[in-house]
Design a protein around this ligand. Structure first.
Ligand code: HEM
Length: 444
């Protein structure tokens, strides 16, 4: 993966070259294919997303949906709320690069009258005044502030922080010879790295409380109170913003505050929470999915003891085959239009099927999936794409996490059979419920 592959608007569209690009376009303009089911919404045969069988093997769901519905499938979200799942590479590229047709402000959704206040997807869909839901010039202003603040992160320094965090996390389980790496490592590390980038000191009690509350609000377990935890996250980030206003430092928060766009403190709190939340779950799952690949696939298992394929290759392969954000909600149609032969009505919701698009047979006609290049859609695409240089920072965090683990525990192996590993019950995120490993215990 090269830096230029990850610059927004480059390397992720069918027009950007790479072996897949001409095939992606071979189906013609995504807006003008024949309508497989005559159009209309909610469409006949809509498929309920989220069944357990699909959580374990989503690629089968995508294959079935493509066969039965084509590149844009009618689906039912929680509570049987209708939406479109965009499965085709060309179609996802089209949606994400035509903001005048498919935009981010969810307030235009035509289903709001039937959505209850406690709808489970509300945290992802309910409009918030953050960068995520802004459009046009306001979005460019907000995203520009984030980009400039993230550009100030020195990647050598970030790698050094990640090594320190990794060492502390590994110290906690190294002596036992066993660990569950998802909770104790893969998710724990990027959260601490993100908080550190934003200017909170490493290891302090205050920082650890924030890390715990972020974990609960993003990934609540039984007995957790995510609403209360989110309230504490807001309070702590508000305090961080006040502290950095009074005493700026070399960190993301201070750079956002000092930016000439002049965002208000309320906007900066919103966008900082978006940055930390956006950084955490996908990077944690990226680390977990790549570790799983390295521990279960002989091509990579060799690497643990100094073999052929690198950590970078595992990280890239995972973005094609097991991408952390497998579906992203989403975009809302600005006006009536056509997509993949379907009639899309103004206000319809479109879910970006990033995992399905990455494995679209239109771009992999030989049935071979997984390339050296970075033309996948795993970081989204277009104006709202994961903002540069966030993918580079995430790559730095993930690579350092895996390399440090393999250096400290060179004989690490899975503690269960590969078939016993299970995936989180989420149609949105692709991540393991747990990754139990064993290794020779290491003394302090
Ligand atoms: C340092 C780590 C990261 C940071 C700071 C970060 C930050 C962000 C932010 C602020 C956005 C919102 C952009 C906008 O609406 O304008 C975003 C979007 C997104 N990010 Fe990231 N992110 C990180 C890592 C990742 C990783 C590891 C993945 C997956 C491999 C990922 C996938 C996405 C996707 C799919 C979107 C939505 C794109 C779209 O709407 O087209 N991010 N990210």
């Amino acid at each position: 993966m090269t830096d230029s592959d990850l610059i927004p608007g480059r390397g992720a569209g069918p027009g950007d070259g790479g072996p897949s690009a001409p095939a992606a376009l071979s189906g013609g303009c995504p807006a003008h294919r024949a309508d497989p089911a005559g159009g209309g919404f909610p469409a006949a045969g809509a498929v309920r997303l989220g069944g357990l069988e699909y959580q374990q093997t989503p690629s089968e769901l995508y294959r079935t949906l493509r066969r039965e519905h084509g590149p844009v499938a009618p689906v039912l979200l929680d509570g049987d709320v209708p939406a479109w799942l965009v499965l085709g590479y060309a179609e996802v590229s089209h949606v994400t690069t035509h903001d005048e047709l498919f935009a981010r402000d969810s307030r235009r959704w035509n289903q709001w009258p039937s959505i209850p206040a406690d709808w489970p997807l509300m945290p992802f869909v309910g409009h918030q005044p953050s960068v995520l839901f802004t459009e046009g010039a306001e979005h460019q202003r907000r995203a520009g502030v984030i980009t400039q603040a993230l550009e100030g992160v020195d990647q050598f320094e970030l790698a050094q922080w990640c090594r320190e965090i990794a060492q502390r996390l590994i110290d906690a389980f190294a002596g036992s010879g066993r660990a569950e790496l998802m909770a104790a490592y893969a998710h724990a590390l990027p959260m601490r790295a993100a908080v550190r980038m934003c200017g909170m000191p490493a290891g302090g009690e205050d920082t650890e409380d924030l890390v715990t509350d972020l974990r609960i609000s993003l990934d609540a377990r039984e007995g957790d109170d995510p609403v209360a935890a989110y309230g504490r996250v807001q309070e702590r980030i508000q305090r961080l913003v006040r502290e950095k206003r009074a005493a700026p430092g070399p960190d993301v928060t201070s750079r956002m505050l000092g930016h000439s766009a002049g965002l208000t403190d309320v906007q900066i709190v919103q966008d900082l929470i978006s940055v930390i939340a956006a950084a955490q779950q996908p990077t944690g799952n990226w680390i977990g999915n790549a570790l799983r690949l390295m521990l279960t696939d002989d091509r990579f298992a060799l690497n643990v003891s100094g073999g052929r394929l690198s950590v970078g290759q595992a990280l890239n392969e995972v973005l094609w085959l097991d991408t952390p954000t497998q579906n992203f909600i989403g975009r809302w149609a600005v006006r009536d239009t056509r997509l993949g032969g379907r009639t899309i009505r103004a206000g319809d919701c479109l879910v970006l099927g990033l995992a399905a698009a990455n494995t679209d047979p239109q771009i992999w006609p030989e049935g071979h999936v997984g390339a050296e290049n970075s033309a996948h859609l795993s970081f989204g695409n277009g104006e709202h794409r994961c903002p540069y240089p966030a993918p580079l920072l995430a790559d730095c965090v993930a690579r350092t996490a895996i390399e440090t683990l393999l250096e400290r525990l060179p004989d690490v192996v899975l503690a269960v059979e590969p078939e016993e590993l299970t995936w989180r019950p989420s149609i949105w995120m692709r991540g393991l419920t747990s990754l139990p490993v064993r290794f020779t215990p290491v003394a302090d």
